[in-house]
Design a protein around this ligand. Sequence first.
Ligand SMILES: NC(=O)c1ccc[n+]([C@@H]2O[C@H](COP(=O)([O-])OP(=O)(O)OC[C@H]3O[C@@H](n4cnc5c(N)ncnc54)[C@H](O)[C@@H]3O)[C@@H](O)[C@H]2O)c1
Length: 355
Amino acid sequence: MSAPKVVKGDAPPNSIERAYGAQSTYNDADNSISYTTMAKFPPVKLLPNAERKRILVTGGAGFVGSHLVDRLMLLGHEVTVLDNFFTGSRTTVSHWVGHPNFEMVRHDVINPFLIEVDQIYHLACPASPPHYQYNAVKTIKTSFMGTLNMLGLAKRVKARFLITSTSEVYGDPEVHPQTEEYWGHVNPIGIRACYDEGKRVAETLTYGYQRQDGVDVRVARIFNTFGPRMNPYDGRVVSNFIIQALKGEDMTVYGDGSQTRSFQYVHDLVDGLILLMNGPETRPTNIGSSHEFTIKEFAEHVKEIVAKVQKEEGTYKKTAEIIYKDLPQDDPQRRRADTTRAEESLGWKSRWTVA
Ligand SMILES: NC(=O)c1ccc[n+]([C@@H]2O[C@H](COP(=O)([O-])OP(=O)(O)OC[C@H]3O[C@@H](n4cnc5c(N)ncnc54)[C@H](O)[C@@H]3O)[C@@H](O)[C@H]2O)c1
């Protein structure tokens, strides 16, 4: 019988799960999996009642949401996660199940939901192209009806509302780097439109509720983000390259690789979301990295880092090759966040580099 091994998607090093003994262990011999939940929870800040907020995080079981939930829990707030687990997983936040400050609800945001809260972080929406294109009609329903329901809730309970919008509202931009003043260049009927136009209409709704009903709103326009707990197989460029490089497989670059992206680490994004929620800035605010790579440079970078680490660990077999495939429709050519607004009005600055 072979020794049990830790499965893919297990807690990354230095994560809360690992530090407190939660893990999933796969046993090859009988194809079974055992979960160990935490023996005890990480200490959370003890806040006075007046400072402890009741916070709803929609999409809180997803990649970004789970990191946000960790931070809000550690800061001592009461957190309710609302998620339909379409792309998220219970395991991303399972280390908080049982904690008195934590609740998880399976619910689809296209249906109304009532709860008394002080703040709503509205993240629920699939974010990777294969996931949001899988059911385009559902994606746009999630963006429109989900945001409508959450804004209605915010209005009713007088909660502050933050939506995670996206740099995709700028489409294939003619302005570079992208400032919040730029209105964008989006194909409204292309394959990306369910997501891009979904987020644009979600922003329109958000400011409609602000103007008409006085809802206290915040809009974060997030640029490409990476970090632990990303679904390694969800078709985003960072995870694609890393997985391909680790396996020594061909690394797929779409187009000639001259298109650019800027990548931020998820902890920087979480800093920005919390600062935005708790600060006075109500205009849309870019949160992203201003360090721009061409996709080809980024692939080379990943390839070199993976080969270096594998050589150090003695697991090196072969260096991956970069191959080129046709560019998908409406793929943006240039992407770099102008983060002047976040720096000036939130005092935010990214602290992590890609390397
Ligand atoms: N990760 C990025 O690079 C990035 C960039 C720009 C914007 N964003 C935005 O940030 C948010 C989170 O993105 P992510 O990367 O964590 O994606 P993700 O797919 O990992 O997480 C989305 C979460 O929302 C849930 N969800 C989807 N549809 C739902 C519905 N109808 N009802 C309830 N829950 C639903 C999913 O199950 C998942 O847990 C999204 O709004 C996304 O548009 C992310």
